[in-house]
Ligand binder design. Structure first.
Ligand SMILES: *[C@@H]1O[C@H](CO)[C@@H](O)[C@H](O)[C@H]1NC(C)=O
Ligand SMILES: *[C@@H]1O[C@H](CO)[C@@H](O)[C@H](O)[C@H]1NC(C)=O
Ligand SMILES: *[C@@H]1O[C@H](CO)[C@@H](O)[C@H](O)[C@H]1NC(C)=O
Ligand SMILES: [Zn+2]
Length: 537
């Protein structure tokens, strides 16, 4: 106890010895009181709940974007704009309603992206490694697929006459997007080239094929994954000399060509680079298939800005195409944290900088979607499938570079350490039997591997809850600690699609919330209690 107290106070003394930089106005109590009062006024206006029927819904899924990642990305975004960062508001921070989602899979405490995608797209929790099938299906066992398929909100929306789209920075047949259209007991069955022969003989289908066969006429599909659409040994259009980019299909099918011809004389466009994408007039496009890389798209920091669109550019084109439908649309957008989306992929590789820049890109895309839609008729939800064992700490001072050092050295090995660290991953490194001295290392470079406690080639997911940010009609139904599979039930209810549409007949959902007098009183009461608690000393 004494030791801990000593440690705390000595580190605190260390911090207080340095001079943190922060805006002069923050010394004024009035600055903080005014800001809080503005926030309070906004919060009070939420008593008039938005109970419109949502015409459109957009789900932004930050793959691997746990809460520590959101906070670090917020600081990074602020610092990229020349501020100290902590006070910055992400676009998702501005959403009025926030909940937590419990991410475990039926058979896993710490989940994977496939089982979680089944939860937040199909509304049913499932086993890790499986997409679009219930927990009765067993990973990699083809014969457990049949009879256990579960449909997704993308299909419910399409069946209701809405336009639907998928935009991702991973391959379009990766775990996250695939639960929207596929029923597959193995997330790795990207094409038949990755499937065991027994599974093919057993009648199971690869995910790329299911993308184009299961829900005919998905209006917009954008991401990576070209190679899974072409026969083995077919050179890639952009990387003809790279053997890893060659086609992978054993069945000899050319799925892109099949997609194009299935659309007859409708305006169906296949694009594979940014110029082709931006040259399109969205008002004249019925169907769009954009495949910008052979597998996953590049990290944004490494993106070829001439050849590959950003996530926000893809989202803008997608919304403009989908918005033409008078019945509305459903759009799934995945941004990777570097290991799963690219956010996820970055973390898995221990590359925090790549991961955080991906998260910032996703937030920029959230902002773009906000400009193109209205909260009056569009429900927007931003969440993550799971977290990572990523953290930042070390009593860093206000405005410290998010990629910087803690303002102290270890009092055990007397070496400096970065604020960002991982619980496990490839950043574990000993030199001469000791933790590496990072003083002479460029720990701010894009691909620096932050130190981890346990050596692993691939850093792992984390098991804690993820945040769910929501705005638009009935966003307040996301309001507490929820099971992750609740999310599509809310989106479906709000958009009047899927299993539960009784409330839609009168034109408006049943009014939610108490009478305005009761809620004003209860608000006043909580405000008083809060003021007492906060101002007690
Ligand atoms: C399903 O396949 C597995 C082998 O993958 C086999 O052991 C099992 O008996 C099969 N079950 C049925 C019901 O056919
Ligand atoms: C990949 O494609 C190239 C043509 O660009 C071809 O020469 C090569 O044999 C292919 N490699 C494999 C392993 O299929
Ligand atoms: C770490 O490296 C720096 C720079 O080379 C050096 O000054 C410092 O003494 C080293 N610390 C330890 C504990 O080896
Ligand atoms: Zn992952």
């Amino acid at each position: 106890m004494n030791g801990i107290a000593l440690l705390f106070f000595s580190s605190f003394a260390y911090i207080c010895a340095a001079i943190p930089q922060f805006p002069e106005q923050e010394k004024e109590p009035k600055f903080w009181r005014d800001w809080a009062q503005r926030t309070l006024t906004k919060a009070l206006s939420l008593q008039r709940l938005n109970t419109n029927i949502a015409k459109n819904a957009i789900l932004f899924l930050g793959d691997g974007m746990g809460i520590p990642t959101v906070t670090a990305a917020r600081i990074l975004k602020g610092q990229m704009n020349g501020f100290s960062g902590e006070e910055t508001q992400l676009e998702m921070d501005k959403f009025p309603h926030v909940a937590l989602a419990k991410t475990y899979n039926t058979n896993a405490q710490v989940p994977d992206s496939a089982g979680t995608a089944t939860a937040y797209l199909c509304g049913v929790k499932a086993n890790e490694g499986t997409v679009g099938v219930s927990a009765a299906a067993v990973r990699s066992q083809c014969n457990t697929t049949f009879g256990n398929e579960v449909t997704s909100i993308l299909k419910w929306a399409k069946d209701a006459g809405k336009s639907v789209g998928i935009v991702t920075t991973t391959r379009v047949n990766h775990a996250t997007p695939s639960a929207a259209y596929a029923h597959c007991v193995d997330r790795d069955w990207y094409s038949d080239g990755e499937m065991p022969p027994e599974a093919i003989q057993g009648g199971c289908k690869d995910i790329a094929r299911q993308l184009l066969e299961n829900i005919p006429n998905i209006d917009v599909i954008m991401g990576g994954g070209r190679k899974y659409m072409y026969p083995k040994n077919t050179p890639d259009v952009e990387y003809p000399n790279e053997y890893k980019a060659n086609g992978t299909r054993r069945d000899g099918r050319r799925l892109v060509d099949e997609w194009k011809s299935s659309k007859g004389n409708q305006a169906a466009h296949y694009v594979w680079n940014k110029n082709q994408l931006l040259a399109l007039n969205p008002h004249k496009v019925d169907y769009l298939l954009g495949l910008f890389e052979p597998a996953d798209m590049q990290y944004d920091l490494e993106r070829d800005k001439q050849m590959d669109p950003s996530l926000a550019e893809m989202v803008e084109v997608a919304i403009k195409i989908l918005q033409k439908n008078p019945k509305g649309f459903y759009l799934l957008v995945e941004g990777k944290w570097p290991a799963c989306g690219r956010i996820d992929h970055g973390h898995h590789e221990g590359k925090a900088k790549q991961a955080l820049h991906e998260a910032v890109q996703m937030d920029i895309a959230v902002g773009k979607a906000g400009v193109l839609t209205s909260e009056e008729d569009t429900l927007t939800v931003v969440t993550a499938d799971h977290s990572h064992v990523f953290t930042f700490g070390g009593y860093t001072l206000r405005g410290n570079s998010i990629f910087g050092l803690a303002p102290m050295q270890s009092d055990v090995d007397n070496k400096p350490f970065t604020s960002i660290l991982y619980g496990n991953g490839p950043g574990f490194k000993l030199s001469n039997g000791e933790r590496e001295n990072i003083s002479t290392i460029d720990y701010k470079q894009n691909n620096y591997l932050a130190q981890s406690a346990v050596p692993l080639q691939m850093e792992t997911h984390g098991g804690e809850d993820v945040a769910v940010f929501a705005k638009g009609p009935l966003a307040h139904l996301l309001h507490g600690v929820h099971e992750q599979n609740y999310i599509p039930h809310v989106i479906a209810y709000a958009t009047c699609i899927g299993q539960n549409t009784e409330h839609c007949k009168g034109g408006y959902p049943v009014p939610c919330g108490a009478s305005s007098l009761t809620s004003t009183l209860s608000n006043l009461l909580s405000f008083l209690i809060l003021s007492l608690l906060l101002c007690w000393p």
